[in-house]
Design a protein around this ligand. Structure first.
Ligand code: CP
Length: 345
């Protein structure tokens, strides 16, 4: 895979990419991280390039890792907040002089810069699964520069790059045969999209890991994503299973990734957040504790952050010796630099 083959591509879901393309992005990420540690200047990688970042939702890691990454590569990232700029809206959902049709925004920004990245999910899509993804696809069909998904209602592909990069640093480049458990976890907030768990199972399956998805009955992920994960697992020599018991999911795992997600219908209808609250309160015991970690194969504890301490996980686990969450967060920077260097070079 040469760099030019990814130049100009959109990055919306791992399902659009084959393993060799993902490997190329990860290799670039590891290389740029090594070069940064050696103190090498990287401002010649994307000199004077501009990334426009549209954040419908809040962010700590995603915003700052893209912004710092573009600066380190010699370019610049612009933070754009819908409402402060005319809010990009789909045809039929426009309001005069407060929104601007996505097709127009995409073409305007394409005239000025080199890539557009977008975060949109949850209340910004009225909790209608697929609407965020649709807006990203609309940007992609009208924009003439790469469109990068900074998290929509179905996928968080940049988080998945950082997750895999972190696992490779801990366990070696070849992750095949390692047991990866993506587990639901309780939270005091039900406003959590399906994006992280869906991208996590897809990416672990792409890397040939043995993937276990653990969640209480009813908190299913998108069946299309589950089918795609099953296919990827088979293709890359791993397994995929679903269990409904957190302890069963943790048994003998090499990596655990316990994270909350909401009760979200995936047929496009609006999520019932009151019903989600009832389901969440029935499953408060889905918290990662030291006792549950003792069931694993001395597993690494991962989380995309922010984590809900005392709800998703105890302090002693997230601050304990098996937690890699801060390395994982730091790798958002390096993974996205690898991605940007290939898409924009
Ligand atoms: N993990 C993640 O996407 O963090 P932010 O919401 O802070 O960007």
């Amino acid at each position: 895979m040469s760099n030019t083959q990814l130049n100009g591509e959109d990055f919306i879901s791992w399902l659009d990419f084959e393993r060799d393309e993902i490997d190329a992005i990860l290799e670039a990420a590891h290389d740029l991280k090594r070069r940064q540690i050696r103190g090498e200047k990287q401002t010649n990688v994307l000199p004077a390039k501009s990334l426009f970042m549209l954040f419908y939702n809040t962010s700590l890691r995603t915003r700052n890792s893209f912004e710092a990454g573009m600066t380190q590569l010699g370019g610049h990232a612009h933070f754009l907040q819908p409402g402060a700029v005319y809010t990009p809206a789909l045809e039929g959902e426009e309001e005069a002089y407060s929104t601007e049709r996505v097709s127009d925004v995409a073409r305007v920004l394409s005239e000025m810069g080199d890539a557009i990245s977008i975060r949109i999910y949850g209340d910004k899509t009225d909790w209608q699964y697929g609407k965020g993804y649709k807006i990203l696809q609309e940007f992609a069909s009208w924009g003439s520069v790469p469109i990068i998904n900074m998290e929509d209602d179905g996928y968080h592909p940049c988080q998945a790059l950082a997750d895999v990069m972190t696992m490779q640093e801990k366990m070696g480049k070849d992750l095949s045969g390692k047991k990866f458990t993506m587990s639901w976890a309780y939270s005091g907030s039900v406003e959590k999209p399906l994006s992280v768990p869906q991208s996590a199972v897809i990416s672990a399956a792409t890397m040939g890991m043995d993937v276990t998805l653990a969640h209480p009955e009813g908190l299913d992920l998108d069946s299309d994503v589950l089918d795609a994960t099953e296919k990827r697992a088979k293709k890359h020599g791993g397994d995929f299973e679903i269990v409904h018991d957190m302890e069963e999911g943790f048994a003998d795992a090499d990596v655990v990734y316990p994270k909350s997600w909401t009760l979200q219908p995936t047929d496009g209808s609006t999520a019932d957040l009151d019903k989600a609250r009832e389901v969440f309160e029935d499953n408060k015991d889905w918290i990662t504790t030291r006792d549950k970690m003792a069931l694993t194969n001395d597993a690494y504890y991962m989380h995309c952050l922010p984590a809900d301490r005392g709800m998703e996980v105890t302090d002693e686990v997230i601050d304990g010796p098996n937690s890699v969450v801060f390395q994982e967060a730091g790798n958002r920077l390096h993974a996205q630099k690898g991605l940007l260097s290939l898409l924009l070079s």
